[in-house]
Design a protein around this ligand. Structure first.
Ligand SMILES: *Cc1c(COP(=O)(O)O)cnc(C)c1O
Length: 371
């Protein structure tokens, strides 16, 4: 008897579309026979990790035969000091994506509803569907979140609301008043997850007029509020996988029950703690990003290209034939990110690189675009 193995998977997983990562540099160089490619596709820090993080990793190497500290005591202590929260409010993840998955596993049963926005981060639908939850996708407003419409979409089946602030891939952000009004409206039994993966870029004093705010300090007012942060972006440690959430201690207790005992590895724990203590590298990273954002957006304006104003380390530019331009850029050794799967078929998302990388992208783009 022949069986269809795939039909054995649980319903949510059977229909799951896997996450499409940015094309790795090595893959492009192999496939196209080129060298010196530039990757501006995955919102990575173009400076790499800081010296303190690298030194901490070096010191840990001799201990790799040991299991990591499953409670991450030392990193949690540093985070609790940084954020002024108790250690029992923290949950560590193998990347903050790990936390998003804990939230779905711990709080969403089959047919429960999870709300997120159109053009939101691709991991939200994946973690929702994997547990058999029903995704309620609310239309975006000006490429950003329509918090009024999201509040209206809440039903007695709603368990979670995912909000990225700033949002990826659009780079849009939410202001203090909009968030406060929204949190006042959401029923206390619905968890609201504020994904602040790009927080460090958005709080750049140069952007203070934009009105961005973190809600980290509001957790004491809203026990249903969960804030996630990551070391993958401004801290330059994407390859190590380290993220965390801050929440009410009762939420953290639940999240820590579904967490695997050693989900955060020892190199990541040590590097993250050292990175927290490396203000200089963080400041350098954010400054380079602000300069690169200006370099790109000024060039877009000169070229007559529309873009979505962004407070992250990436920007979506309207290209028209985005798929064709993406391919042509690959041939020129430059990887950017098509965002058709985010409902933005006319756009490409460009991660801000170093000045020389941005210039190579712009030179290639000018050659590709019709004169
Ligand atoms: C990059 C990103 C993250 C971070 O994921 P990690 O698992 O911490 O690497 C989280 N949320 C959004 C919206 C992102 O773009």
């Amino acid at each position: 008897m022949k069986i269809n193995i795939q039909s054995l998977a649980v319903a949510g997983v059977r229909s799951l579309q896997p996450y499409q990562p940015g094309k790795p540099l090595e893959e492009l160089e192999r496939e196209y026979g080129i060298s010196n490619a530039v990757k501006l596709a995955s919102n990575e820090n173009p400076l790499g990790p800081g010296k303190k993080a690298l030194a901490a990793i070096g010191q840990q190497l001799g201990e790799l035969s040991r299991y990591p500290d499953g409670n991450g005591f030392s990193l949690k202590k540093a985070l609790s000091k940084k954020h002024g929260v108790n250690m029992d409010q923290l949950t560590l993840g193998n990347g903050s994506n790990d936390i998003l998955e804990f939230l779905a596993r711990a709080f969403v049963a089959v047919d429960d509803e999870v709300i997120f926005s159109e053009h939101a981060f691709a991991v939200y639908p994946i973690v929702t569907q994997a547990v058999g939850g029903r995704a309620v996708v609310v239309a975006a407003k000006d490429y950003g979140y329509d918090l009024d419409a999201i509040a209206v979409a809440v039903s007695d089946k709603t368990r979670l609301i995912f909000i990225a602030n700033p949002n990826n891939p659009t780079g849009t952000w939410l202001t203090e008043k909009a968030l406060r009004d929204f949190l006042e409206k959401v029923p206390a039994q619905v968890l609201v997850v504020l994904d602040e993966a790009y927080y460090e870029y958005a709080i750049d004093p140069a952007l203070s007029a934009c009105g961005y705010t973190s809600v980290m300090s509001w957790i004491k007012d809203y026990p249903n509020l969960v804030v996630t942060r990551t070391f993958s972006k401004a801290y330059g440690l994407a390859g190590l996988r380290m993220g965390y959430s801050v929440s009410h201690a009762d939420v953290a207790d639940i999240l820590n029950r579904v967490r695997q005992p050693f989900n955060a590895n020892s190199l990541a724990l040590a590097a993250a703690e050292a990175a927290l203590d490396d203000e200089a590298h963080l400041r350098h990273s954010v400054k380079l990003n602000a300069e690169g954002m200006q370099q790109l957006t000024q060039a877009f304006e000169q070229l007559g290209l529309d873009y979505i104003p962004s407070v992250g380390n990436f920007v979506c530019v309207k290209i028209g034939d985005a798929a064709g331009v993406y391919e042509a850029l690959l041939h020129a050794g430059i990887i950017v990110r098509p965002v058709a799967n985010y409902g933005l078929p006319d756009y490409l998302r460009i991660t801000i690189g170093r000045a020389d990388e941005n210039a190579r992208f712009l030179d290639a783009l000018k050659k590709i675009l019709p004169a």
